[in-house]
Design a protein. Structure first.
Length: 136
C-alpha cells in the first residue's frame, strides 16, 4: 500500500482572530495546501489542517500524520467518540468533529519541534492568514 506523509499546522493571530491552516503532503513530491478564516480559533485551524490534508489523498493509502497539536492528537485518540455522545456540555468545534471522524482510521505520528516539514506546514498556515488579510 502506498504511504503518504501529511504534516499539518494551524495558526491564529489573536484567539479568536484571523486564522490559517497549512498542510504539506509528501509522497515523493510535495503538495502544499493552505487556507484561512477571518474570525476563528487556533484549535479550529489545527483541525482544518488535518481534515483538508486527509481530504487531499485520493487513493487508498497508509497515512503518516504529523501534527504538533495536542488538541488534534487528543481529539483523534481520546475525544472523537465523546462529541457524538456529549449531551450536557456544548461541544466546541462540533461542525468539524464529523469531518475528522471520517478520517479517524488513518495513522497518527507525533509532531517534532524543528521538523522541516512541520515548519513548512506552519509557514503555510501563516500564508493562509496573510492571503486572507490581503483580500480584506
Amino acid at each position: 500500500m502506498k504511504v503518504v506523509e501529511i504534516f499539518t499546522d494551524g495558526a491564529c493571530r489573536g484567539n479568536p482572530g484571523p486564522g490559517g491552516w497549512g498542510a504539506l503532503r509528501h509522497n515523493g513530491t510535495e503538495k502544499r495546501l493552505y487556507g484561512g478564516e477571518a474570525h476563528t480559533t487556533n484549535n479550529r485551524m489545527e483541525l482544518l489542517a488535518v481534515i483538508r490534508g486527509l481530504e487531499a489523498v485520493s487513493e487508498s493509502s497508509q497515512i503518516d500524520l504529523t501534527s504538533d497539536s495536542q488538541y488534534v492528537r487528543k481529539g483523534i485518540t481520546e475525544w472523537l467518540q465523546g462529541w457524538k455522545t456529549a449531551a450536557k456540555k456544548p461541544v466546541k468545534n462540533k461542525d468539524l468533529w464529523p469531518l475528522l471522524d471520517e478520517q479517524a482510521h488513518r495513522h497518527w505520528v507525533k509532531g517534532r519541534s524543528g521538523h522541516r516539514e512541520n515548519e513548512i506546514a506552519d509557514d503555510l498556515a501563516n500564508l493562509g492568514i496573510d492571503d486572507l488579510l490581503e483580500q480584506a
